[in-house]
Design a protein around this ligand. Structure first.
Ligand code: AMP
Ligand code: MG
Length: 346
């Protein structure tokens, strides 16, 4: 398949590129579009065949459901049984980087939900995503636009590497601002439960909802025989070609360990900006941002992991173990899985 590459910076309703991409979606095609979290690979969310095409293009198991993207929070009522807690979240965080799980209505095909009776709904804030969903006039089913097993794409060039020739259109809308996938909270069980941490933090959810549980798999591996609350939890997430080890300890001790490890030209170091001058000559460094700037660390993480993977000489990678609070919990969740839970105390 020939993939059309479009750049969209102007998102007025009369934008011809948006209208064209929306038409492709309505005719069963696949369009990669930018959102404020990561790029998404989208198809008509009411068309089971479009959902199947998404799973195929990504190489994703079809029991790992897609997120249904809507242009206004109130559209959720068409696709799910909403409740007071949903209204509270919608008022505070939508449009934005939040996905809510609710019991689904029959109009949503089970291929979209991976066979589940619940559906994931998100109303993105990115102007291109918003304009595309509105112009399509249907909800857009979309997971992240990476090949299954690779880090989520935060730049159109990442998508081109993974999906050129496998989708109809790739819309370049610049770098994804947040850089990590949306926060996922389930309102379909007895208590609100955080299934995936993201830019809408756990504390912010608690302020809005009162008590919120954290699914154990957010910080731990799935236990043997544990049924995942979110199917995505059971799949091995991105693991770099070279094994990644997270370093846990006082700042000085971690920096000292990194300096020593960096003497080996086959070792890649994901370090804070302020550590760079302390590292030895010739060290293979990937700067993740300043220590206290978790937003920049989130924004850069997946691009850094992709970059590290392009260097075939690297046989080991080291990174800081992020704090488990605020946006740090989302970084922790992604890194601990990329590291297959390998943490070294220093
Ligand atoms: P992605 O957009 O690639 O991060 O994929 C969507 C994520 O949403 C996956 O990790 C799914 O497991 C999760 N998800 C989608 N629908 C549901 C659902 N009904 N219940 C729980 N998790 C879901
Ligand atoms: Mg994904």
């Amino acid at each position: 398949m020939k993939t059309e590459l479009l750049t969209v910076l102007d998102t007025t309703d009369k934008n011809a590129e948006i209208a064209h991409a929306a038409d492709v979606i309505c005719h069963g095609g696949l369009v990669v579009f930018p959102t404020e979290t990561v790029y998404g690979i989208g198809g008509n969310g009411t068309d089971p065949l479009a959902a199947e095409a998404i799973y195929r293009a990504k190489g994703r198991p079809s029991d790992n459901p897609l997120i249904l993207h809507i242009s206004e929070p109130k559209e959720a009522e068409k696709y799910a049984y909403t409740n007071d807690l949903y209204d509270r979240l919608a008022a505070q965080f939508m449009p934005g980087p939040l996905t809510v799980i609710l019991p689904k209505k029959d109009i949503v095909p089970k291929t979209v939900t991976g066979g589940l009776d619940t559906v994931a709904l998100r109303c993105p804030a990115h102007p291109v995503a918003h304009a595309l969903i509105k112009a399509a006039g249907v909800p857009i089913a979309a997971p992240s636009a990476n090949l299954s097993g690779k880090p989520s794409p935060t730049l159109a060039s990442h998508v081109v590497n993974d999906l050129l020739g496998k989708v109809d259109i790739i819309i370049d809308g610049g770098a994804a601002e947040v850089g990590l996938e949306s926060t996922i909270v389930s309102l379909a069980g007895e208590k609100p439960t955080l299934l995936r941490p993201g830019a809408i933090t756990y504390d912010a959810l608690c302020l809005a909802l009162g008590e919120v549980e954290i699914a154990p798999a957010v910080v731990e591996g799935l236990r043997e025989n544990e049924k995942p609350l979110s199917p995505g939890m059971k799949y091995r997430h991105y693991a770099p070609g070279a094994p990644l080890t997270l370093l846990d300890g006082e700042d000085e001790a971690v920096t000292a360990f990194m300096c020593e490890a960096a003497k080996n030209a086959n070792t890649g170091i994901l370090c804070y900006d302020e550590e760079i001058p302390k590292m030895p000559q010739g060290a293979v460094l990937f700067s993740v941002g300043a220590k206290d700037d978790l937003s920049t660390q989130a924004h850069r993480l997946f691009a850094v992991l992709r970059e590290a993977d392009t260097n075939p000489n690297i046989t080991a990678l080291f990174a800081h173990l992020p704090p488990q609070k605020g946006l740090g919990l989302a970084l922790y969740n992604r890194l601990i899985r990329a590291a297959a839970h390998t943490v070294k105390k220093v």
